[in-house]
Design a protein around this ligand. Structure first.
Ligand code: ADP
Ligand code: MG
Length: 344
């Protein structure tokens, strides 16, 4: 699917990871092993420290197997995924799903409630109307009609029976805004089970370091300058992380410009059009906070900061004017390299 998106992602996202490796060296016989492959329709880089090439290779392979397994279950575009099966039976019957699918949807609904519906996986019918490769802006009437199908409150989860039911015919869930973070968490678990004690995994915009680097240094992850015209490796901030993941959503990731107007892939579930209050939102949490950055992006910086405060979450937000907001809890961990970002 969508070759050009994937090609762009290779350039855009992997460079973020390199920053965390700048100060790394081989200590205590621990060497760095790193591999980049495509999984979950995005670029994934797994980096581990290990004293054994073979152990590192096996662990990395198993982590990718886990990502592929989850991709098959969760993907919106794969016809035989559990997500697609749920969509197929919308308005007809509950669908029995695996624990992974149930957990992801359960978390997605929690994020919806926490963000007042700004993050909403039932945005599927609207996502399908937009085509970021062919630069298609859907017509307003079609958007309005399809918006009737968007409401996370019409997703019914039955945990005892492990089923998911979409109440209205035509409803479609798209887990694209949350699956990468969940997958990153699971892949780290696999690496640990395979004897890896330190490493970092990047699944698209989800970056999850774990353990301590052999040199004892904390992990340093760069946040990309959201300006669409800057170099791909231009970062405006570096975040120092210990036992935390960082998840970024940016309007620069998938977009097109038509008749002077910029359209991107983070959509407002109320209007069906892209959200324009933020340029990028990065959230820092113990587990990959995927889903929240998309929701906060839609809410905008003011409401977004209120929600973050209520939830006790840390974030770095760039608003539409290029103003940078950093929550209090993370201020001593964030180094701003560029303070004057452009408005869009
Ligand atoms: P990326 O997929 O580039 O990492 P995000 O994590 O922000 O970016 O997720 C954006 C994706 O999530 C979109 O491509 C679309 O599939 C879906 N999406 C868009 N808007 C919303 C929304 N308001 N709520 C939930 N999912 C969304
Ligand atoms: Mg996301």
């Amino acid at each position: 699917m969508k070759k050009c998106i994937i090609k762009k992602a290779i350039v855009v996202r992997v460079l973020v990871l390199l920053l965390s490796l700048i100060n790394s060296c081989s200590l205590n016989n621990q060497k760095i092993y790193k591999e980049t492959r495509l999984a979950l329709y995005t670029v994934v880089t797994v980096t581990v420290y290990s004293d054994s090439k073979q152990k590192a290779g096996t662990a990395i392979d198993n982590a990718f197997k886990e990502l592929d397994r989850l991709g098959k279950l969760l993907n919106f575009y794969a016809e035989d995924s559990e997500a697609s099966l749920i969509n197929k039976y919308a308005g007809i019957a509950p669908v029995k799903v695996s624990k992974d699918t149930l957990d992801v949807i359960d978390k997605a609904l929690y994020i919806s409630k926490s963000t007042d519906g700004a993050f909403d996986i039932t945005i599927g019918p609207i996502v399908k109307l937009w085509d970021f490769d062919k630069h298609v802006v859907p017509d307003e009437k079609t958007i309005k009609e399809n918006l009737k199908l968007v409401d996370y409150r019409n997703v019914v989860i039955d945990k005892a029976n492990s089923t998911v039911f979409l109440k209205k015919k035509g409803m479609q869930i798209d887990l694209g805004g949350i699956e990468k973070g969940y997958a990153a968490d699971r892949a780290v678990e696999i690496l640990k089970k395979n004897g890896i004690t330190a490493g970092i995994i990047a699944v698209g915009g989800e970056v999850k370091p774990f353990g301590t680097k052999p040199d004892g240094d904390v992990w340093r992850v760069g946040i990309k300058n959201p300006d669409r015209k800057t170099n791909e490796d231009d970062v405006f901030a570096i975040v120092r992380l210990k036992d935390k993941a960082i998840s970024t959503s940016g309007g620069y990731e998938k977009f097109f410009v038509k008749e002077g107007k910029w359209y991107h892939h983070i959509l407002n579930p109320v209007t069906g059009y892209p959200a324009y209050e933020c340029q990028s939102v990065s959230i820092i949490e113990n587990d990959a906070p995927d889903g929240f950055p998309t929701g906060i992006f839609v809410l905008g910086p003011q409401k977004g900061m209120e929600v973050l405060k209520r939830l006790g979450m840390d974030a770095v937000i760039v608003d539409k004017n290029g103003k940078i907001f950093v929550t209090e809890g993370i201020r001593d961990k964030v180094e701003l390299i560029e303070k004057n970002l452009k408005p869009y």
